[in-house]
Design a protein around this ligand. Structure first.
Ligand SMILES: *[C@@H]1O[C@H](CO)[C@@H](O)[C@H](O)[C@H]1NC(C)=O
Ligand SMILES: CC(=O)N[C@H]1CO[C@H](CO)[C@@H](O)[C@@H]1O
Length: 238
């Protein structure tokens, strides 16, 4: 009943890689849950969408965990049903990714607009929603930028329309209240353009990683199909 020769190799590869992916899925779930719990403990969640990032990590982890489980167990037990389920799930994920990549490419200008719009909406909520504040502060800090098109944009939004100054996260050296210092030592470049440029410059890396993942998935699908054939003929011989 056991699959033979080259099939053993395919079986082992499918088992081994899925075992690693299964562990990765588990790790993502654990990391997501830890981040989520930490967020819940450290700040007051006023808005459910705030904890978006950990939720996304958990969901991705759960999907990887389940798909890899079918691949891993199916290969180990030489279970036709499980390997088929694995192949179908992987094919679905592959198709969704291709669709997302095409949509992202076709609508790339819309994606830019959407980002700009979200950023501006975020600036308007800066003073009222702590999670939005932290997200914008994080972007301004990481990309050394300030405001939508430049640091002067903040003058339109609360509380800076009354108090003047800019968020501390605009400062070159961030300290409490540094955004209101004069003369302010701040990054003046706008975030939207700067982040779009960063994405453009890194699009090759992003596309490379995406292609690598797509290739692995394709390999997984092909191997799973081989394994399905092997298992089936194994049964027939028996
Ligand atoms: C920033 O620039 C964009 C396009 O370059 C423009 O549509 C938008 O109104 C500008 N925003 C501000 C606050 O000046
Ligand atoms: C949630 C929040 O940060 N609210 C602040 C908005 O701005 C005023 C000052 O203009 C602060 O007093 C609030 O605490």
């Amino acid at each position: 009943m056991a699959v033979e020769g080259g099939m053993k190799c395919v079986k082992f590869l499918v088992f081994f890689f899925n075992f690693i992916f299964w562990l990765c899925g588990l790790a993502l779930i654990v990391v997501g849950v830890i981040v989520q719990v930490k967020l819940n403990n450290s700040i007051i969640i006023k808005n459910a969408s705030a904890s978006g990032a950990p939720i996304v990590i958990i969901i991705v982890g759960v999907v990887i965990f389940f798909v890899a489980f079918f691949g891993c167990c199916g290969a180990w037990k030489e279970n036709y049903c499980m390997v088929t389920t694995f192949a179908i799930l992987l094919t679905l994920i592959f198709l969704v990714e291709i669709a997302a990549a095409i949509a992202g490419y076709v609508f790339k200008n819309k994606v830019n607009d959407f980002f700009r719009q979200s950023f501006v909406e975020g600036m308007a909520k800066y003073n009222t929603t702590i999670e939005v504040k932290e997200a914008l502060d994080g972007l301004q800090r990481d990309f050394k930028c300030c405001g939508e098109n430049g640091s002067t944009d903040w003058a339109n939004y609360a509380p800076f329309n009354k108090s003047g100054g800019v968020p501390d996260s605009c400062c070159q050296n961030e300290t409490a209240g540094c955004g209101k210092a004069s003369p302010p030592l701040i990054n003046t470049e706008g975030c939207v353009e700067k982040i779009n440029t960063w994405i453009k410059n890194n699009v090759v890396v992003i596309a490379g990683v995406a292609l690598g993942i797509a290739f692995l998935e394709l390999l997984g699908i092909v191997f799973a199909c081989c394994l399905m054939k092997g298992i089936r003929s194994g049964y027939e011989v028996m």
